[in-house]
Design a protein around this ligand. Structure first.
Ligand code: G6Q
Length: 555
């Protein structure tokens, strides 16, 4: 294959299957989930799938056999298989940045061959992985000492966006697998409160900073890194910096300039997108927290899902199915958001992580032919762990006016000993899906109120508020247990779902120009706020805000 190959350009709405999906939507939109279940007694078998240690039940969706067939036709018409193959084989599918997209190479086995511009990248990947393992083994053996001879106990990852969200989400999710004597912290926000709060209680003699930045120029990360170095230098000397700061970066020169030893710079490559980088050197904080062998299990789980995604036909392919369901709701039902609801407290950062992965990838409005799209792209992702979320926003899911498809996630075996809690947690997860689907009819409500001894007039008045329309679609993803392996598979599942959606929407999922403009304006505004430069002529609102800020400022 010519690695300069790019993804095909196609407007999905011009395909035959899109038109058929439109007709099919018109004909079937009034069918409820209950109707679907009544019509097809093989529904759960038909619309469920087991991959490795993961089970997906997607039967509680507003679909039937025809819906899925048409969605598979759409995938075929736009030549999804070709897109997948191009990504895996190192084609330059990130056209707007002229790069390959090869996060899948980061978890490829040692003997694999994946070429970028004619060079096999797998040996480099494993070289860095080995270097990371060697580095972490020094903490296992207690041979890495801080400047005063003490062992390191606290590791502070300083990074933002893709250099933060993946590692923090994984470290939280795998808390039960953490090394008992190591604490991992994360600082991302340029808000000084974040660094201050994190450093409070830490000892410079036993703290190591991991500066995670692909470019090593990101303003938040470099500001936090410099302030962390100042904090450290109150205790240690300049030559001690190398014992307390390491870098994860593609920009070796800048990291060395900062004072980091060349051998403590862990590299990755331009074909690793920030939000897809947790399986690269950016995962150092994860490896430190859970140890090298668990990190390798995480990679193995990701690779297993990569292999499933690459080699399985669409109708048995978990990421493809999830992606197509999302397209069905976004583009035909007009739903705008998707909720991610892990019934696992340790996965409480998952929605936040997926927000970046999905919305930075697919929040685009120009297609691969440079034209404005005429259809919706990029679902809005939100969510929180159950059961807490049941006591906050579930009211809107059950009785609000919007269609919000939900992904429920539940590990079957917990990573703690309070098993009776877990039965209750599971019961809640299943009950919510059941309630969202079946709702509660007016008749049911009325007979319940009757049973409570209410008068007819009271019943008539109260009943409408107590009705649950139901018919809210959900997916349920069961994991045998939340382990490094299954978490890896879960992450890759969503990464590939995002790829498929971006591919079908005919957009470029791997750039993020939308984050640039605000950053550039902030650069101009900062000296105006400090008084170093004269106020520029902004709009009247911005001018007034800057003056008010300066008027009130006491520092
Ligand atoms: C992710 C983005 C972005 C990036 C951060 C941090 O895909 O590219 O979130 O990860 O802006 O960038 P650096 O790693 O270069 O500091």
């Amino acid at each position: 294959m010519n690695h300069k190959d790019i993804l095909e350009n196609h407007n999905p709405t011009k395909t035959r299957s899109w038109k058929k999906l439109n007709d099919h939507y018109q004909n079937s939109k009034n069918k409820t989930l209950k109707d679907h279940f009544a019509e097809d007694n093989n529904r759960v078998n038909r619309f469920s799938l087991e991959v490795d240690k993961m089970y997906l039940d997607y039967s509680k969706n507003l679909i039937d056999k025809t819906t899925m067939e048409l969605l598979y036709d759409l995938a075929e018409e736009v030549n999804l298989v070709d897109g997948i193959e191009k990504m895996f084989s190192g084609a330059f599918i990130n056209k707007t940045e002229n790069r390959a997209v090869l996060h899948t190479a980061l978890r490829a086995p040692e003997g694999a061959t994946i070429e970028v511009d004619g060079e096999n990248v797998v040996p480099q990947v494993h070289r860095v992985l080995t270097k990371m393992k060697t580095f972490v083994s020094q903490f296992d053996q207690g041979s890495w000492k801080g400047f005063s001879g003490k062992e390191i106990t606290d590791f502070v990852n300083i990074g933002i966006g893709g250099s933060d969200l993946g590692p923090v989400m994984v470290c939280e999710a795998l808390r039960p697998f953490h090394h008992p004597n190591r604490r991992v912290h994360f600082v991302s926000n340029i808000d000084g409160a974040h660094l201050t709060k994190t450093l409070d209680g830490l000892d410079p003699e036993t703290t190591l900073f991991i500066i995670a930045s692909k470019t090593f120029t990101t303003i938040e990360t470099m500001t936090n890194a410099r302030s962390a170095r100042d904090w450290f230098l109150k205790a240690g000397n300049q030559q001690d910096v190398s014992k307390h700061f390491i870098a994860l970066s593609t920009n070796t020169e800048k990291a060395v300039e900062f004072g980091i030893d060349l051998e403590n710079i862990f590299e990755f490559w331009d074909w690793v997108g920030g939000r897809y980088s947790l399986s690269s050197a950016i995962g150092m904080s994860i490896m430190i927290a859970i140890g090298a062998s668990h990190f390798e299990e995480l990679l193995a789980g990701m690779h297993a899902m990569d292999t499933h995604f690459r080699n399985t036909s669409p109708n048995q392919n978990m990421p493809v199915i999830l992606a197509l369901l999302g397209i069905w709701y976004t583009n035909f039902f007009g739903s705008e958001t998707e909720a991610v609801l892990p019934y696992d407290q340790d996965l409480h950062y998952l929605a936040m992580y997926l927000q970046q992965a999905s919305m930075e990838s697919n929040g685009k409005s120009v297609d691969r032919d440079g034209q404005q799209v005429t259809y919706d792209t990029g679902t809005i992702i939100w969510g929180e762990a159950g059961t807490n979320s049941q006591h906050s926003f579930f009211q809107l899911l059950h009785q609000g006016t919007r269609l919000i498809p939900c992904d429920f996630l539940l590990p079957v075996n917990p990573n703690h000993d309070l098993k009776h809690h877990h039965n209750l947690l599971a019961a809640n997860a299943f009950a919510q899906c059941e309630a969202l689907m079946n709702g509660k009819s007016e008749d049911e409500v009325k007979s319940e109120l009757q049973g409570q001894g209410l008068s007819t007039a009271e019943i008539e008045e109260l009943a409408p508020y107590k009705v649950f329309e139901g018919n809210h679609p959900t997916n349920m993803i069961l994991l045998k247990q939340l382990t490094p392996y299954t978490l890896g598979s879960l992450i890759a599942l969503y990464e590939h779902k995002i790829f498929v959606q971006g591919y079908i929407w005919n957009i470029f999922s791997f750039d993020q120009f939308g984050v640039e403009l605000g950053k550039a304006l902030a650069k101009k505004l900062e000296p105006e706020i400090t008084g170093e430069s004269k106020p520029e002529n902004h709009d009247a609102s911005t001018n007034a805000l800057v003056s008010r800020f300066k008027e009130w400022k006491k520092y």
